[in-house]
Design a protein around this ligand. Structure first.
Ligand code: COA
Ligand code: AMP
Length: 633
């Protein structure tokens, strides 16, 4: 390291107010802040208190005023519908302003919530920015979630309006969204005053008179709406993510800190200039989609690609390289699982060789631990840097990365490199002491978190404090475990809670256990994330039946699999469960999920000293072998 990065990081911790107020110069403010870092309610901190801005103005209008009106803002590339459409900044603003006007006509005002349950279509970007334009708070719900999950979010966010579509398109099928929304609204206590439904040509949705209005009807006669100044500390959006229970956490993102941090990250982490094409192959339902499909590239005046397709099967494992070549993508971002899928189908890179990807500078990966083989494969095939970086829905941008725009650091395989400015990352043992370099512990971040990170949970500040700030006072608990090496490189190894990562999607095994336990024949259950060569982890369920249940086990397994699909959604990828006579427990009754996972993965494990009955581990291993797990690596 030459020291540029080190000096930058050191300054961000020594003088956070100076560092972030300089970064805030990259954003347009209607009113400058009174305080850069407001610590009056510590441990709950706020950035840029007293400042006023509009995120949509910064993402669109500002660039148009500076001469980028005719530059592409969004390239919509949809192999599943055979569409490629480009929206200039001017055209996008026109659509956003009109849809914002349509929302206003539906009675949406500053601070109201709007739920967006939409596939990867340009209207999703339009609706997000339209909310931002009028100061409404959007909450995007990923399309792969079932009605029950959507209903939980509707009840928590209490939206005035819900925006959805007639369908999403998966390679194998058209997914009718509207019946899922209708079902969710029969489950939720809260009812919106209106639903705006985008009718897609692939499937028409039936509309409920008096409540539903089509996207085009909603636009009829709508006046374009202007940007409304909001407080820097006002919420821009709520994004729900898995917690340790079935009740998801409503991560709040504020306007000011978010705009400043994301704008800073585009140049300094990703090394992307205004006018360049940037592509995050994710979904607007996830934080990566919020930050790096929509807000960051547009705040930066770059061109973003909105891709409605998969890494494989739409039509083949050359799909990503086709998009890179066709649109001149300079920097790309995807999840390791996507690269593993491509590697599986095109190990020699024959499909890659058919496309001219010479404009691509860097490929970034995040969302789950990146296995060394996949990283090396990417580097060898692409002949350019493949950069792992680590972040969470909570932080909204990278906690650790390789700052390609500041000083590219040597890559260490298995490490997302170093902590980013504003993040003071520590490794703690259970007593809150920092162990020697190389020793695994709980990863925490010293407060305050930098701008852009969650200031609280939606209407649940007590839960925010208890879930994140209480384990080690003065520190934010990331929920990840790992270590730092002697050079300060971080290694993220596992979670300390029951969250698993399935194909880059964050899921709670606790939530799945709640679903299994609701089956009338199930007495007890456990769900763990077993290692999977494609998806990183997949959930595997174990159920103990109630005494006297004589039904065939296969039927019960099929039913619990269907139950998880119906309640949580297909995205849970819960396909495997087994009936077992009993679960391994400690003498105090705690289920030994960690040991079960090690058995499933074929890893070395020690029989815990506190185990109640050792023989159960053998029974579990046998069942796991029967369903294809517990084989030595
Ligand atoms: N709407 C409705 N259903 C959806 C959906 C959506 N938006 N997204 C996924 N699903 C469904 C899929 O159809 C599938 O259903 P199935 O059980 O009937 O087959 C299920 O949810 C699981 O989907 P997925 O995770 O996409 O798995 P897959 O086996 O179809 O594809 C990969 C595997 C690796 C190609 C895929 O997981 C992938 O592209 N991963 C990248 C993930 C990513 O970018 N994550 C973002 C974090 S950075
Ligand atoms: P999400 O909130 O869905 O973005 O998931 C965040 C979690 O995914 C983190 O807490 C980690 O457990 C995991 N994760 C994300 N990126 C990485 C990475 N680069 N390396 C290891 N784990 C990661």
């Amino acid at each position: 390291m030459t020291g540029t990065y080190r000096a930058l990081h050191e300054r961000s911790l020594r003088d956070p107010e100076g560092f972030w107020s300089e970064a805030a110069e990259g954003i347009h403010w209607y009113r400058k802040w009174d305080t850069v870092l407001d610590d009056s309610r510590a441990p709950v901190y706020r950035w840029f208190s007293g400042g006023q801005l509009n995120t949509c103005y910064n993402a669109l209008d500002r660039h148009i005023e500076q001469g980028r009106g005719e530059q592409a803002a969004v390239i919509y590339d949809s192999p599943v519908t055979g569409t490629v459409q480009t929206y200039t900044y001017a055209a996008l603003r026109e659509r956003v302003a009109r849809f914002a006007g349509a929302l206003v006509r539906q009675g949406v005002t500053k601070g109201d919530r709007v739920i967006l349950y939409l596939p990867m279509v340009p209207e999703a970007v339009v609706a997000m920015l339209a909310c931002a334009r009028i100061g409404a708070i959007h909450s995007v719900v990923f399309g792969g979630f079932a009605p029950h999950e959507l209903a939980a979010r509707i009840d928590d966010a209490t939206p005035k309006v819900i925006v959805s579509a007639s369908c999403g398109i998966e390679p194998s099928r058209v997914v009718p969204y509207k019946p899922l929304l209708d079902k969710a609204l029969t489950l939720s206590r809260h009812q919106p005053s209106a639903c705006i439904i985008l009718q897609r040509p692939q499937l028409a949705a039936s509309l409920v008179r008096g409540r539903d209005v089509s996207w085009s009807e909603a636009l009829e006669g709508a006046e374009p709406a202007d940007c409304v100044p909001v407080e820097a500390t006002d919420p821009l959006y709520i994004l729900y993510t898995s917690g340790t229970t079935g009740q998801p956490k409503g991560i709040v993102r504020d306007n000011g800190g978010h705009a400043v941090a994301l704008h800073w990250s585009m140049k300094n982490i990703y090394g992307v200039a205004p006018g360049e094409v940037y592509w995050a192959a994710s979904d607007v339902g996830w934080v990566v989609g919020h930050s790096y499909i929509v807000y960051a590239p547009l705040l930066n005046g770059s061109t973003t690609v909105l891709y409605e397709g998969k890494p494989v099967g739409t039509p083949d494992a050359g799909a990503f390289w086709r998009v890179v070549a066709q649109h001149g993508v300079r920097v790309m971002f995807t999840a390791p699982t996507a690269l593993r899928a491509i590697k599986r189908d095109d190990p020699q890179g024959e499909l890659l060789a058919k496309h001219d990807v010479s404009k691509l500078r860097t490929l970034f990966l995040a969302g789950e631990r990146c296995d060394p083989d996949t990283l090396r494969w990417g580097e060898a095939r692409l002949q350019r840097p493949v950069i792992d970086h680590w972040w969470q829905t909570e932080t909204g941008w990278a906690i650790a990365a390789n700052p390609m725009g500041v000083e590219p650091l040597p890559v260490k395989v298995g490490s997302p490199t170093v902590e980013m400015p504003g993040y003071d990352v520590r490794i703690f043992d259970p007593e809150g002491h920092e162990p020697d370099p190389g020793t695994i512990g709980s990863i925490v971040v010293k407060l305050p978190l930098p701008p852009g990170c969650l200031p609280t949970l939606w209407h649940a500040e007590a839960r925010y404090v208890s879930a994140y700030l209480s384990a080690f006072p003065g520190y934010y608990l990331t929920g990840d475990a790992g270590y730092k090496d002697a050079d300060g490189y971080l290694f993220i190894m596992s979670r300390i809670d029951d969250i698993i990562n399935v194909a880059g999607h964050r899921l709670s095994t606790g939530a799945m256990e709640e679903v299994l336990a609701s089956h009338p024949d199930v007495a007890e259950c456990a769900v763990l994330g077993a290692a999977d060569t494609l998806k990183g982890e997949v959930p595997v369920g174990f159920i103990v039946l109630k005494a006297g249940v004589r039904r065939p086990h296969e039927d019960i397994v099929k039913e619990v699999v269907q139950l998880v699909r119906d309640r949580i959604g297909p995205v849970a990828a819960f396909k495997t469960a087994a009936v077992v006579p009993r679960l391994p427990k400690t003498r105090s009754g705690k289920i030994l999920r960690g040991t079960m996972k090690k058995i499933a993965d074929g890893s070395e494990y020690k029989t815990p000293a506190t185990i109640d009955d050792e023989a159960v581990l053998g029974e579990i291993a046998e069942v796991l072998r029967g369903i294809g797990y517990a084989r030595k690596a």
